[in-house]
Ligand binder design. Structure first.
Ligand SMILES: [Zn+2]
Ligand SMILES: [Zn+2]
Length: 195
């Protein structure tokens, strides 16, 4: 029972952490070169944002641009490995400073939350830019997140979260003006044949 609670706490805290990590990475690495490191800026701000804009071009227009929706495959292991001090720290907290079973439960729980968050990021981001018939396309939470990200493509320094806009809310980067955007998102979904 205690093990399950520790795992759950590590996973839940990891998800909250990921919202802030996503926000930081997106703002400081993907929308500006940082200390001469330009890869993420080129791949995201100068490529993804140039192809996918706010209005009709928010949705995929040309099949050959499909490769510009998701991040490169190797970004996932690099990002998760770069966060190893965080899941190690979560393990240390869970094990109260000792390498007990709770250490591993805490560390694995936190690491799993990062894998889960990253997988959700790529899946949701794909569904936002490549409309289609999906069981969740008309759900309120997906429409909300889709509108949230569409607004990011209009104002790149706002709405920096894709999965969980908690950091946007707390760090006050959530853009206002959802109603007209929401209407456009609905039109895009209708154009894609999703009622
Ligand atoms: Zn996007
Ligand atoms: Zn962006």
């Amino acid at each position: 029972m205690m093990v399950a609670l520790v795992a759950l706490a590590a996973f839940a805290s990891g998800i909250v952490y990921c919202s802030f990590f996503e926000w930081t990475l997106h703002k400081y690495l993907m929308h500006r070169p940082l200390l001469g490191f330009r890869y993420a800026f080129r791949a995201h701000a100068q490529t993804h944002h140039r192809i996918f804009e706010y209005e009709e071009t928010y949705s995929l227009q040309r099949d050959e641009d499909k490769t510009l929706v998701a991040m490169a495959w190797w970004n996932a292991p690099v990002i998760i490995a770069a966060n190893s001090p965080v899941w190690f720290g979560a393990g240390m907290i869970a094990g109260l400073g000792h390498f007990t079973a709770y250490f591993w439960v805490g560390a694995v729980g936190a690491a799993c939350s990062m894998v889960f968050y990253y997988a959700l990021y790529e899946s949701l981001h794909w569904c936002m830019h490549v409309p289609g018939h999906r069981w969740f396309s008309n759900s309120r939470w997906f429409k909300f997140l889709d509108d949230h990200h569409r607004m990011h493509h209009k104002r790149p320094m706002s709405n920096l979260n894709v999965v969980l806009p908690l950091a946007d809310l707390i760090l006050r980067t959530k853009a206002p003006g959802l109603p007209p955007v929401s209407r456009m998102a609905t039109e895009a979904r209708e154009a894609a044949g999703v009622s």
